[in-house]
Ligand binder design. Structure first.
Ligand code: IMP
Length: 181
């Protein structure tokens, strides 16, 4: 990415705020089909990137929801995955026999998704785990894994906004954008 391009004026919108907000309703309907309304869900927000998506998505759920937060880092300050996951905080309550919804911002190489899926199955023994991601960068995949549901497929460009950052910036944007070369 050209560092001279990295400022708010150069961002091109890829997915609008309205498109995201509409998609939240569709995704919530899918979740409702998996977890009936009379069942509780423990929603796991994978920080920091999924903060906006998770916060908006849970507003559409009619179940009793408990929210938990874990923090993993894979990018550092770069635009390519370091392939070196850093589990910063994986503290969680007892999830045995619970419905768990893992909420991610984007699946890129798939390493984080693989790590989390394995972690929940091996360590937490939930009743059911559903993995949802706002974005899916299928073309960048290094391990074979797909979310149960995702909002939008994106091609191999670095995106920012709606929780996703570059060097800590741009998470506050209500849309998803990118910096053209
Ligand atoms: P993965 O382990 O390579 O699938 O990467 C997962 C994490 O990398 C995501 O949860 C994001 O935080 C970050 N990431 C991947 N692609 C992008 C991007 O295009 N923009 C911003 N962050 C990204």
């Amino acid at each position: 990415m050209n560092e001279d391009n990295i400022n708010l004026n150069n961002i091109k919108v890829l997915i609008t705020e309205a498109e995201i907000q509409n998609k939240l309703k569709t995704l919530a309907e899918k979740i409702e089909k998996e977890f009936p309304i009379n069942e509780e869900i423990c929603v796991i927000c994978v920080l920091k990137g999924s903060v906006m998506f998770c916060a908006d998505l849970v507003k559409h759920l009619k179940n009793m929801v408990q929210m938990e937060f874990i923090r993993i880092s894979s990018y550092g300050n770069e635009t390519k995955s370091s392939n070196n996951l850093q589990a910063i905080d994986l503290t969680l309550p007892n999830l045995a026999d619970k419905n768990v919804l893992i909420v991610e911002d984007i699946i890129d190489t798939g390493l984080t998704a693989r790590f989390l899926t394995d972690l929940f199955k091996i360590k937490h023994h939930p009743k059911k785990v559903l993995f949802i991601s706002l974005l899916n960068k299928k073309c960048a995949r290094q391990v074979e894994i797909e979310p149960d549901y995702y909002g939008f497929e994106v091609d191999d460009k670095f995106v920012v906004g709606y929780g996703l950052d570059y060097k800590g910036y741009f998470r506050n944007l209500p849309y998803i954008g990118y910096f053209p070369n």
